[in-house]
Design a protein around this ligand. Structure first.
Ligand code: GDP
Ligand code: CA
Length: 325
């Protein structure tokens, strides 16, 4: 095993990759890991470019994550956010910690000076040393919006709001009719992204949100084709255990696109590579083992193992199971 490429969202992708790096450090110390990160959650806030998934992966792998929250920095303060609110600016439902703000200021400064997001990410990673190469899926801005099914607050049914507003402000409890990835059609894969898939020995779809994290990366022009044609094995890990998302709003996202919230349905949604889909193999939780025959019938080689990323050793064991499969 030399080159491993992971297609990650935020918390699920970051935690899995941390286990993968720990496993490879022992099992294949020469291996290199590239993480292609979703940028569909990115947005402008208070004049700053915020990249939630890139930061979650960078902080998690670099030892700077708030473990309880799963995002942001530990020992944060909110003094700058409070000052912005005192001016009547900012969004009351989205707080930026003071330490985290420094990351956004540096990133925005680099972008304003003409850096690409790839170059800005590489620069930020020089400090955090995440132990993997982090690539944004695209250097062009892509932002996921959701279409509201009902009126809420100042919004009316049919309005599109940013995905982060739906999730952070409304906890994904407001029904939506669909997703729109603005900028996606004009976006191109960032430098190195298609190569990282094409030249990998193993590509992993970690337990990230199948719709708004992995789904968005897959929709970047060229990415799905690169996965279909790579000589690497493509192995997925289910973010759904026992018919529920472990955390986050994957269930609401899956419901919106008409996919059942189950390890079987998500496996079928990605599909077997032999049948026009993406997966060579699919890892599900041990409690979902009843789905194994149906997955085999769909042409997807699967195994059932514990998939709760409760601590580093559990997550390292998951990564080992992916390599074994
Ligand atoms: P986000 O961008 O922060 O929402 O993170 P991701 O898209 O990377 O990951 C979100 C997904 O991770 C959710 O669908 C969760 O179900 C999944 N997830 C979180 N923790 C675990 C875990 O311990 N085990 C598994 N199997 N999935 C998890
Ligand atoms: Ca995300």
């Amino acid at each position: 095993m030399r080159n491993v490429t992971v297609l990650a969202g935020g918390v699920g992708g970051a935690r899995f990759t941390r286990g993968l790096l720990a496993h490879l450090a022992v099992a294949a110390p020469d291996a290199t890991v590239t993480v292609i990160v979703n940028t569909g959650d990115d947005m402008w806030l208070d004049g700053l470019r915020i990249c939630p998934d890139l930061d979650t992966v960078m902080y998690t792998l670099g030892g700077g994550i708030n473990e309880e929250q799963g995002w942001g920095r530990p020992d944060e303060s909110r003094r700058a956010s409070a000052e912005i609110a005192a001016y009547g600016r900012g969004w009351s439902w989205f707080t930026l910690g003071d330490l985290d703000l420094a990351t956004h200021i540096v990133r925005t400064d680099l972008l304003r000076d003409g850096s690409t997001l790839s170059a800005a990410t590489e620069f930020l990673c020089r400090r955090w040393q995440p132990g993997a190469r982090l690539l944004p899926m695209s250097d062009q801005p892509v932002e996921t919006y959701v279409c509201l099914a009902k009126n809420i607050d100042e919004h009316v049914a049919g309005d599109y709001i940013h995905f982060e507003e739906w999730w952070v402000r409304y906890r994904a409890r407001v029904a939506i009719t669909g997703f729109e990835q603005r900028g996606l059609a004009e976006a191109v894969a960032a430098p190195g992204v298609l190569e990282a898939i094409g030249e990998a020995d193993l590509v992993v779809l970690p337990p990230s949100n199948p719709v708004v994290s992995v789904g968005t990366i897959l929709a970047v022009p060229g990415v799905r084709a690169a996965l279909r044609s790579t000589a690497a094995r493509v192995v997925g890990v289910s973010p759904i255990i026992g018919g529920a998302a472990v955390r986050g709003m994957a269930d609401a996202c899956l419901h919106t696109i008409g996919v059942e919230t189950s390890a079987l349905a998500v496996g079928r949604h990605y599909g077997a590579r032999s049948a026009g889909g993406l997966l060579d193999a699919w890892l599900i939780d041990e409690t979902d083992a009843a789905a194994l025959p149906a997955l085999a019938a769909a042409g997807i080689r699967s195994a059932a193992v514990p998939l709760w990323m409760t601590d580093l050793s559990a997550t390292t064991a998951m990564a080992a199971a992916v390599l074994a499969l």
